[in-house]
Design a protein around this ligand. Sequence first.
Ligand code: ATP
Ligand code: MN
Ligand code: MN
Length: 353
Amino acid sequence: MRTLASIQTVNAVEPIPGAEAIERVRVLGWWVVGKTGEYRPGDRVVYCEIDSLLPERPEFEFLRAGSFKPALTDPVTGEVTPAGFRIKTVRLRGQVSQGICFPLAILPADAPTAEGADVTAALGVRKWEPPAPAGFAGRVKGPFPGFLSKTDETRVQLLEAVLERHRGRTFVVTEKLDGTSFTAFLRDGEFGACSRNLWLDETDESNGLVRVARALNLEEKLREARDRLGADVAVQAEVIGPGVQGNKYGLNDIGLRVFSVLDLGAGRWVDHAAAADVLAAVGLPPVPQLGTLVLDHTVDQLVAFAEGTSALNPRVQREGVVLRPPAEEYDPDLGGRLSFKVINPKFLLKFDE
Ligand code: ATP
Ligand code: MN
Ligand code: MN
């Protein structure tokens, strides 16, 4: 489970021009707006990241007006997310605020208070997930296959040490698209299709993802990719278009854009250049390629870099960018592949309901 609530130290407190009652507080790589005088540099606080769903408890009731989310049942898994208060990106007097701080006093008596301690469970905080898009819930074969990794990207605001460690290195930049995650694979001659969390029945055409796979002849393309790579293969892609996330890019047809190609034989990601070649050869479009960047940035500089409009539609704010080295690399702070996202705050302010 992702750490959503943790013990952190306030790094800096700064005034917000034109605002007397509030100021901005730096926690990890985030700016959070708080009441003036509430926190000082060096204070230890409980920090809850954006997408935290705080439980309905008296100490969080002040959030009800702007943040209440009713209980939700996932139509596929039946999993129930209880009602609560969702923390999201807001702008207050011109300052973007991401997350929320509380004094340590909100913790139950037995909770840890050491810097970095995870208090997500102690506070009953859960991750807020948007309801699954209708029409993408069909028959399911089972949980997400163990031989693949789920798609997920860490937010740059947690990675100040990673930015330092990889300073001077070249990263490939792609646009992060806001659709729904899709994985297709060919393994021991067998074709499979998965949503973000589930292995789908690839014959169930009531599922929009299965229809996309069929329309694109994905199985055939994966067979061709396997022959080129000489190994079993998977592609991970974002499905975008009508019926997905409000079709933000205003596309006429549903389709996909690939962001990862995996060599299932070797159990590793195919290098960026080789993946681009194989995708072009079989006729699968990649996510928009925004070139490379030599890393020499603070978190705030990368956030500014992530701002901009989408390569798919210049009238739409892009969700952000994803940065990866040209070849798979392990990073200890990420506990896995070196790859992270930088979200465009203007996108969050506009679209994050
Ligand atoms: P949340 O954390 O709110 O669930 P999310 O569903 O977008 O957000 P993230 O962890 O934020 O998931 O980001 C990873 C997801 O971004 C991947 O699962 C993939 O579906 C999607 N994605 C879109 N474009 C790209 C891209 N260019 N590179 C990598 N992933 C991308
Ligand atoms: Mn995520
Ligand atoms: Mn997404």
